[in-house]
Design a protein around this ligand. Sequence first.
Ligand code: NCN
Ligand code: DMD
Length: 338
Amino acid sequence: MSASGLPFDDFRELLSNLPGPDTKALADARERDAQLTKPAGALGRLEEIAFWLAAWTGRKPAVTRPLVAIFAGNHGVTAKGVSPFPSSVTAQMVENFAAGGAAINQICVTHDLGLKIFDLALDLPTGDISEEAAMDERTCAATMAFGMEALAGGTDLLCIGEMGIGNTTIAAAIFYGLYGGSAADWVGPGTGSEGEVLARKIAAVEAAVALHKPHLNDPMEVLRRLGGREIAAMAGAILAARMERIPVLIDGYVATAAAAVLHAANPQALDHCLIAHVSAEPGHMAAIERLGKTPLLALGMRLGEGTGAALAAGIVKAAAQCHSGMATFAQAGVSAKD
Ligand SMILES: O=C(O)c1ccc[n+]([C@@H]2O[C@H](COP(=O)([O-])O)[C@@H](O)[C@H]2O)c1
Ligand SMILES: Cc1cc2nc[nH]c2cc1C
């Protein structure tokens, strides 16, 4: 916490003093790429990914310790009947992750990714955002700090995912709070809401943004009032990754909402991040466009739990391997173009 005793001050300070890219490592990667045995640009976005790795790690592109971090939280707004599933499913799915039975476990096995689950006071749902703030400032700041600590074990590629029944309502409220439009623009089915559940979801998002409106020009207040514990922890983890030169893959609609808060505080805050995939959640693409990003994948997925990020990690690993493992024209005795 800061000397002034205001818990958010340290984060505001961090967000206004973010490290930039390593221009030397970037130039080195571009130089090597030009010598590899392929026509210039023929690996398309894989080449851009290799440059991005170099710029944000400050080293030759490599992914040796990729990690999927899933943050789980519960939400008071579920009392409004905004999800087809009960909040108890959050803890049950955390158990499933631990037992290796979820989709994310299989993708981690496929791409040889580490997996860590962080459950955030699941017995203590946040405040119902349509009636009060999700968190007080101290809780929000402490949860961000917890998210920052999640990287302590070390990684060189962080995949950010989440689990939390009700959190597509939370993400929609954050996007509506940050970007405006109408609640219906941002609310989608999540785990399968339709009919009256969907109508209650739109009403809850509408009420939440109307209630907190006077404070929503401050992104940290958007996080505290409209967010959730897993959202705050993801924001902290993304921020810590920047400070520690760790590139980040952001998963779906919900993880993007955490990222969007940081972007609203500093438009450069996500330069070390890629949006792994565009979720089937209808508002996701509009949110991604607000961030000035292009998603790597579009597979019609809408699961969360880091699955899109973990799939994209396979692509990022391949990009690094091509960059570091390919022979140059000189090494392979292949004629360069005239
Ligand atoms: O991130 C996404 O794109 C996404 C889209 C739809 C659903 N989810 C997941 O579904 C849960 C929230 O859905 P809901 O309907 O309870 O708000 C939560 O565990 C998310 O991980 C996630
Ligand atoms: C079963 C289930 C699995 C999930 N994984 C991420 N969010 C989820 C939501 C539900 C309901």
